[in-house]
Every structure is written in structure tokens, then in C-alpha cells.
Design a protein around this ligand. Structure first.
Ligand code: HEM
Length: 254
């Protein structure tokens, strides 16, 4: 990016931050309207609390502020890419997010899409996107080459459900009966379920309280009292039974 573009981006961060709610709500509404398939990717339970919408836009703004020294964001990059990889986020989806984010910036700042300012933001966004895509590619390769490993989603059968403390303990085995990667206590998987009565799937992360062997994964699910109809925990607890199939991403360390 040239110095003029860097200046343009940095000078508009405070205005965008001030209008953070407008920016994120416009962004998500626009994106999910134009790309309804992404309703299966984002956790709609989190959307309603506003937690995730704020996180994505805030990360883009934080990056823009540090655009001359992106290494200060190394920790954030590690955190975001781990989450993305557990959700099978793909490079082409960055174009969708980028286009909608740029339209939202143009709307909030009231500048045309063909302005210099939006061109500068476009460069900034794709600079960050390229960093994330590169790190995610490496993580997918690492997952796929582990013994029993895989990248993306893999079908698992619920082999057992038992009552446990205030919730239930689920045990899953790979539907293909092949081995699965071992995992340390504290690592997590994403589990994707079908939302009842809707043509929709929803993912959610679950942590292992104990180390996992290469045959089955066991984790505890607790009811979410304030969960919406999209709460994966509540769907698992109320709708799923032994023999049912869910999609699972390979274990990752937080
Ligand atoms: C430069 C672009 C992006 C940035 C800076 C970014 C940033 C973030 C951040 C900060 C989080 C929260 C991590 C956490 O859980 O603490 C997140 C989560 C997430 N991101 Fe991204 N992201 C970007 C692109 C994308 C793309 C292209 C997709 C796919 C369409 C995507 C999908 C998601 C999803 C599904 C989550 C989890 C949301 C949830 O739990 O509800 N992100 N991202």
C-alpha cells in the first residue's frame, strides 16, 4: 500500500469505530441477504447476542490501525485462524466478506464505492485476508497430514449419550470407521447439527475435558438457558439420539 492509502485508512478508523454498531449490523444484514448459504456458517445464536458481529469488524479496524506493523497482531491472527479452520472457512469466502464490508464502510462514511478511500480500504482488507488465508492453508495441511487427521468436516455417528452432571455426555465415532486423531485435554472440535424444521445447519465448538484416544471423542454438553432456536447445545440435548450423525472438524488447541 502506498503512504497516501495508509493515511486514508488510518484516518477513518476512529469514525468507523464510533459507528461500530451501524457498520457491523449493516455488514451482516447485507452479506446474509446476498449470501443466505452463509447462515450455515455463522452461528446465528451468537449473531443475536452481537458477540461475533462485533469481533469481525473490530479485528479489521484493529488491523487497519496497525497496518504499518501487522506483526503486532500476530496473536490475533493465530486466534482468528484457529477459529476459522475449525469452521472450514475457505479462501473464496474472503471475497464475499470483503465486498460486503467495503459496501458497509462506504455506507457508514457516506463515500462512493469508486472513491480513493474505498480503494485504500480494499487494499487494506485484502492484505489482511491474504495473511489469514496463508496461515489457514498451513493449518489445513497440518490437520490433514496427521495420523487419523482430516481438514474440514467429517461425518461422525453418536455412539452413546449419557446423563452427566447438569447436562449430557456425548460419545462420537467416525462414520467411516477409520482412525481419528488423538487430542489433548482442553482442545476443541466444532460440531455441526441440523436445525429442526429448517433447511439450516449450525456449528458450535465443544472442548474436551480429558485427553482423547484415536477411537472416539467424548465431550459434555450443558443446556444454554438463554439459547435461541439455533443453540447447538440445546439442539443436541433435545433432538439428537444415539445413531444420529453430526459433522465434526478435527481437534485444535485454543
Ligand atoms: C479479514 C477478514 C476476517 C477477519 C478479520 C475475521 C475476524 C474474525 C474474528 C475476530 C472472529 C472471532 C474469533 C473468536 O471466536 O473469538 C471470527 C470468527 C468467525 N469468522 Fe471471521 N474474519 C474474517 C473473515 C471471515 C470469513 C471470510 C468468513 C467466512 C465467511 C468468516 C467466518 C467466521 C465465523 C463463522 C466465525 C465464528 C463466528 C461465531 O462463532 O459465531 N470470517 N472472525
Amino acid at each position: 500500500m502506498n503512504p497516501q492509502h495508509i493515511e486514508l485508512v488510518k484516518s477513518t478508523v476512529p469514525v468507523l469505530r464510533e459507528n461500530g454498531v451501524a457498520l457491523t449490523s449493516y455488514f451482516y444484514q447485507r452479506m446474509l441477504k446476498n449470501h443466505p448459504e452463509l447462515n450455515n456458517v455463522f452461528n446465528l445464536d451468537h449473531q443475536s447476542t452481537g458477540r461475533q458481529p462485533r469481533a469481525l469488524a473490530a479485528a479489521v479496524l484493529a488491523y487497519a490501525e496497525n497496518i504499518e506493523n501487522p506483526s503486532v497482531l500476530a496473536k490475533a491472527v493465530e486466534h482468528i485462524t484457529t477459529k476459522h479452520v475449525s469452521l472450514d472457512i475457505q479462501p473464496e469466502q474472503y471475497n464475499i466478506v470483503g465486498e460486503n464490508l467495503l459496501h458497509s464502510i462506504s455506507e457508514v462514511l457516506d463515500v462512493p464505492m469508486d472513491s480513493d478511500l474505498i480503494a485504500a480500504w480494499k487494499e487494506a482488507y485484502f492484505q489482511l485476508a491474504d495473511i489469514l488465508i496463508g496461515v489457514e492453508k498451513q493449518k489445513y495441511e497440518n490437520l490433514a497430514t496427521q495420523h487419523g487427521g482430516w481438514a474440514g468436516w467429517r461425518a461422525f455417528v453418536i455412539s452413546n449419550i449419557e446423563e452427566h452432571e447438569n447436562g449430557k455426555r456425548f460419545t462420537l465415532k467416525a462414520q467411516d470407521d477409520q482412525s481419528i486423531v488423538t487430542a489433548e485435554a482442553g482442545s476443541f472440535i466444532s460440531v455441526k447439527v441440523a436445525v429442526p424444521n429448517q433447511a439450516l445447519q449450525q456449528p458450535q465448538q465443544f472442548s474436551f475435558s480429558e485427553a482423547q484416544n484415536n477411537l472416539v471423542y467424548t465431550f459434555d454438553v450443558k443446556p444454554e438457558e438463554n439459547g435461541t432456536a439455533f443453540s447447538v447445545a440445546n439442539i443436541l440435548l433435545n433432538q439428537y439420539k444415539a445413531g444420529d450423525v453430526v459433522q465434526v472438524s478435527a481437534p485444535l488447541k485454543r
